[in-house]
Write a protein that binds this ligand. Sequence first.
Ligand SMILES: Cc1ncc(COP(=O)(O)O)c(C=O)c1O
Length: 450
Amino acid sequence: MDDHTSKARRAWLRAGVLLPLAQVALAATPSEAAITSGLSSAPVPVSAAMPAPPAGVSPEALAQNRQYWASVAAQYDMDDRVVLLDNGFWGSMARPVLEAYQDHTAKVNRGNSWYARTDFPGDYKAALQRTAAALGVSPDEIVFTRGATEALQALISGYRHLGSGDTVLYADVDYDSMIDAMRWLKQRRGVDVATINLPEPATHESVIACYAKALDQHPRLKLLLLTHVNHRNGMVLPVAQIASMARARGVDVIVDTAHGFGQLDMRIPDLQADFVGINLHKWIGAPVGVGAVYIKRGRVQDIDPYMGQPESNSIYPRVHTGTANFAAFMTLPLALELHGQVGVANKQARLRLLRNRWVEPARKIAGIEILASSDPQLTSAIASFRLKGRTSLAENIALSKRLLEEHGIFTVYRDGLASGSCVRVTPSVFTPESDMDKLVVALHKIAASA
Ligand SMILES: Cc1ncc(COP(=O)(O)O)c(C=O)c1O
């Protein structure tokens, strides 16, 4: 932080001007925070840690250990009136995380601005450091947001190197709000917006070939949006490979890993991308309202400070959440801790088992079309289906409604794929195998009567 900026920030702080949450939190020096509220976060007592996986068992073997996963599921209080197979929206908190969140909320409420202006900076910094360690990046390479949307909008709208005649590119699998932001670049920066449709069924090679062709076809391409795990059919994109092809042609990549980090056994540098939007309330099980922007060290000047925030070498002015949910950020370290206790590789293997438990039998049902690659490299917890030939949104809204009303199974319809609409199925770590079996039974009945 340069001298001028840090002086200006202190002045604003003294004047009580509203600053981005991260700046408020991180600009506080020990002298500014000298009068502490006495409410500082003692580490939250972990009354109930997650059950430890048995030693020496591979993720694939553990995935089949029903007793272990039942003990994990016992840490969640879930409504049992439906079979919940839409766990891609956000991830429920395990009970100890929920309890810590409730405690933090009470503390913030009690202390009000006394807490927020004195002890919160330390809590924020601790959360940032813990999160950076989990992401495998340096704390100065991330800033918190309220979710992946805010993170990616800041990156897409702030990317500086676009002008008339340049091209940006997105795919049919990308997330709706990010597609909107990429399209908006036409008005905002005068770029041409190119699109591709990913192959179906996809293989690792066919997906790479699709992006390679697009890179060849658009010599003025400057910016590429990649969705690590998409929310429509759950395909895992070989991001690192595509990003390095792009880099070789001078194309920058923004990666949406809303569904990747926390679900897949990976860390941010594995993506080989300089700009990444992250979600921490989907697969980590943190409270709703936490995400992060990652900007690789040395690239921060390539993203505009958010709407007139002061220029600096820091990542913080790239985002402005306004006053956000203090307690959600305070709960993050515990959520990450519990996530790590089960282990992301174990979670990934378990989720894959649950996904395959419905996808593979359903592939054999005449009349059902599965929109999920059989290439294990492209496999996530998320997969989708439709009745063969029924590609309209209305038909798929009706299909998910039927699953709920006739079988008590809660899913969600999705549209936007070039091949048409579908119904998305997403188990979680607390989902028992029997729930996937109920879905297969339901699909048999629905297909037979369609
Ligand atoms: C692929 C993808 N990207 C981004 C988002 C946005 O996340 P959030 O709503 O938490 O900002 C989602 C949400 O479902 C998503 O599925």
